[in-house]
Design a protein around this ligand. Sequence first.
Ligand code: SF4
Length: 417
Amino acid sequence: MKNSDITQLLFKKTPFKLSLYIHIPFCRRKCCYCDFYSISGFLESTEKKVVQEILKQADHYLQTMDKASIESIFIGGGTPSLLKAENLSLLLGGINRLLGRRNRDQRAIEWTIEANPESLDKEFLQICAANSVNRLSVGMQSFDDDLLNKLGRLGSSKDNMRALDLVEKHWSGRVSIDLLAGIPGQKAKNLVEELNRLCSLSFIKHISLYTLTPLEGTLLDKQVNNQDQEEVWLQGSAALRSRGFNNYEVSNFCLPGEESLHNLRYWHLEPYLGLGPAAVSTLPGEQGDALRLFNPEDVNQFLSGNEGQNANLWGTTVERVPIRDFLFETLMMGLRLKRGIPIPLFSKRFDRSPEILIGGLLQEWRRRKLARSSHNYLALSARGRLHLDSLLVELSEYLDARAPIIDTALAGVLPFI
Ligand code: SF4
């Protein structure tokens, strides 16, 4: 379907809050465990063209949307800190202009940008701050050079230390650090030391501790031992909790009030518009159903999709998300949260309470102490969150086995009305 047609399918002047995600598809070198879309070895001119097209795409979609409804912006990748200063200014200034955000008196919204330690410098921080970016997410992954080499990371522990120093001196916004647990050869004791060191820095109030998931069949994959991984992650998470960091989502920890608003909106499956190559959007359709838009995972296709008479603008494709899939996604994302899914949000979205739709399964999970009972939230226990992957398999099988009943119950339900 042509992109020009896609905007016809969207809910006009949406009354919903909205988030923007911008994908910067460039990395200096590909890390060996990464499955995010990015390219390396690109021409300098490509970087500028991609930024220009992202701004055109933003303009195209935002014309049909209420700009005041934007709650958060996230620039990820790839490596946004690789952008040349002029292209970074062009991108951030352009987004501010499109949103009509010209001065600092505007309502503050959470605006995050990702950075890698080796490409983070003072100028990058200054351009971000001058353009109202107020949250920085730095992918450090480890402070052990042997482990960083194993991951194929470009940055070293020295780069991490230099980046922390720069951020402390030249950045007044919020800061989140990404680390990995379960890298083959990683010692829990060393990870705990790294986490303690980060927690002692007062400007770090958010830490994401992900378990390494190597690409299937790779050397790294063969070296991974799941039990060791779980043990290292558990010790790391205990260290963070002992420093007052709340494990508010499966892999995310923060001090009180420091949650990522943008990611909370993802976990609640609230509408978001994705811009740039490989970016995905979830948006309300014109009838209140859920639409999913996919930009191509190919920079050239993204750039050439906007050319010529028969332009299929940016090569974007669209799908209507079947309501039973949307139910599964709402549960899959929301159950990642310690607090869980607000039952009023669930009941409004599906016109039925969770007990009516999946009561049998919830009862079984409660019996096995994997889910908690609450009037306001549908949530897993700490043990349930540890085994989320296998619970999602159970959920999927439960929904498949009762497909005719659930489909009848959800017939005509429009989640975004
Ligand atoms: S820098 Fe980040 S996005 Fe780029 S290849 Fe490495 S992990 Fe993937």
